[in-house]
Design a protein around this ligand. Structure first.
Ligand SMILES: [Ca+2]
Length: 574
């Protein structure tokens, strides 16, 4: 990337490397030049999608129409090696704090805590008070802070978005809900999903789609008539495309014929699109069909119609999300704020293969009575799409949500701000906590490291990507810096171009090679994790595993038992 000298005061986010000596290090702030008043800070709009695959956006090879997000990539920097946690609340905890999830309370999702984990520090199931959110710090740095959408980091009083730094917040407190009402989306959530406005529980209006509702709320908060002259930080956290997959009918109808081509054809098309966009090497051989998924051509005609409709509901929901993201962006343009707003899009984790409505049919039929094939995706229906379409969403990547494979962890990330960041594409490895540190740096905020408002807190484990994005450094991390990750026994250690990966043995029940042992991959050359290098490079694997053990001990990981069964917990059949 071209070196760009740009004016603003840089305050590096505080990073503590005490627990991971090789992982993160603070660097002195680069020199700045005075071409713009240092006290003018850009606005920030952070948009996050839910449970979508690496290739579900047009700029990432999809056939789904996402022109508004694509336009951000045209003006911005598109990352192809960005990693998050493999499920919702752990990623959101990482993003909101820059602190490892086993310290901040999301060592596991609260829905799936085991008896061994319950009550243990770091396994509270909500964002504990041993961390400060970046929202608090950004607000302290002079920003107005707004949120609309899914929170999933604590539903009790004192732990809602308004309590964790947002001036104005309209939020789904739980992990999932119907898109048109407060109907729960799963047994683990309870009968009704909870919504809050500025810290108080509220009734969600019935009949308006979540994409439209959250865009409306954010636009209301961003009304410049109501704002002071402060810059804003706005967080738009959409339910798309978590199940239930739902969208207005016209959005679904548009895709019915598209997906009658079947998952084999669409997946191959996406892989070709990724090659033509320079995201994937031209000699990539294509990825094998997920175990247990039949060839599309073997399906009876009726099954083809149902399956095409399931993917059409998913695609329609994504296009519908893009339309409402477009409304927020248009609002910024119409009010003269667009040019001075950094806009970021990312997804919280890879595509969800689980179909709780199939495994727990009675619970769902009672609440989502529309089960006819022609009603798939409508209000009153519950659609999920299983591994057969999740493998299309992930395209060339292996595995899905929950897995520590790339399909669960590698997701889209786009950042647009032409004034600072040159448009382009990069395969530099970036972890979600790095974005937390980046947001602090953009806002001119500093992490207080050990205490905040007279309580002890954990320091960040994160490194701002801003110097790399501005062309001031040629790499984001040194080759020997590492990042550890774990959730529900699925583990990973990233270092340089390499990744050590362990898939938990409990995944075996789902046709996955979860051996409980480590594999080694070069994820720059082999993002699909097709070539396990553990036998060729045992010394390197041993080094990465030793790094992981150091990580695990420092953050206090408590594993799940061998008989852990996610689907039983999800459907309440345990
Ligand atoms: Ca998610």
């Amino acid at each position: 990337m071209k070196f760009m000298l740009l004016a603003f005061t840089i305050l590096l986010a505080s990073c503590d490397s005490g627990d991971r000596p090789a992982a993160v290090e603070s660097k002195p702030a680069p020199a700045t030049v005075e071409s713009k008043p240092a006290d003018i800070k850009p606005n920030i709009l952070l948009i996050i999608g839910d449970d979508m695959g690496f290739s579900d956006l047009g700029v990432y090879g999809s056939e789904v129409a996402t022109p508004n997000i694509d336009a951000l990539a045209t003006e911005g920097l598109l990352f192809t090696n960005f990693h998050v946690g493999a499920t919702c609340s752990p990623t959101r905890s990482l993003l909101m704090t820059g602190v490892d999830n086993h310290r901040s309370g999301l060592g596991n999702m609260h829905e799936f805590l085991t008896p061994e984990q319950e009550g243990q520090p770091g396994y509270e199931g909500y964002l504990n008070k041993n961390v400060v959110t970046i929202i608090n710090l950004i607000r302290d740095a002079g920003y107005s802070t707004y949120m609309a959408g899914k929170w999933h980091l604590g539903a009790d009083e004192g732990y809602r978005p308004h309590d964790r730094g947002f001036d104005q917040a309209y939020s789904l407190l739980d992990g999932a809900a119907d898109n048109y009402s407060s109907m729960s989306a799963g047994h683990v959530i309870g009968p009704t999903a909870k919504f809050s406005a500025n810290g108080k529980i509220v009734e969600r209006p019935v009949g308006i789609h979540s994409n439209e509702l959250y865009a409306d709320k954010l636009i209301e908060f961003l009304d410049p008539e109501k704002n002071s002259d402060k810059p804003f930080f706005a967080y738009l956290s959409l339910q798309t495309a978590h199940w239930p997959h739902q969208a207005p009918q016209e959005f679904i109808d548009k895709y019915r014929d598209v997906y009658s081509a079947g998952w084999d054809v669409i997946r191959a098309q996406r892989i070709e699109n990724l090659k033509s966009r320079g995201i994937l090497s031209n000699d990539h051989p294509g990825s094998p069909r997920f175990p247990g998924v039949p060839a599309w051509d073997e399906l009876p005609d009726a099954a083809k119609v149902e399956q095409a409709n399931r993917m059409a509901a998913y695609a329609g929901m994504i296009e519908h999300m893009d339309v409402h993201i477009g409304r927020v962006i248009d609002h910024l343009k119409n009010t003269g704020q667009y040019d001075h707003t950094i806009i970021i899009y990312m997804t919280d984790n890879g595509p969800d293969w689980s179909q709780p409505n199939v495994a727990g049919a009675d619970w769902y039929k009672e609440r989502y009575p529309k089960t006819a094939v022609e009603d798939i995706g409508a209000q009153g229906s519950f659609s999920s799409y299983g591994p057969q379409w999740a493998q299309v969403a992930a395209a060339h990547l292996s595995g899905f949500k929950t897995f520590s494979s790339e399909g669960g962890l590698r997701v889209p990330f786009i950042i647009r701000y032409p004034e600072w960041i040159e448009a382009g594409q990069t395969d530099e490895f970036v972890f979600v906590t790095d974005l937390s540190a980046t947001l602090l740096e953009i806002a001119g905020a500093e992490h207080p490291v050990t205490s905040y408002e007279e309580r002890e807190i954990f320091p960040m484990n994160a490194k701002s990507v801003l110097p790399f994005m501005r062309g001031e450094t040629s790499t984001h991390r040194a080759k020997d810096e590492w990042v550890g990750y774990e959730l529900m026994g699925n583990s990973a250690l990233f270092r340089g171009d390499y990744k050590a990966r362990l898939l938990a043995a409990w995944l075996k029940g789902f046709g996955v090679a979860g051996t409980g042992s480590w594999q080694l991959y070069n994820i720059k050359e082999d993002p699909s994790e097709l070539h396990d290098l553990s036998e060729q490079q045992p010394e390197l694997l041993a080094e990465l595993v030793a790094n992981y053990e150091e990580y695990s001990e420092s953050v206090g990981i408590i594993g799940v038992p061998a008989d852990f069964d996610l689907m039983k917990m999800l459907t309440g059949s345990k």
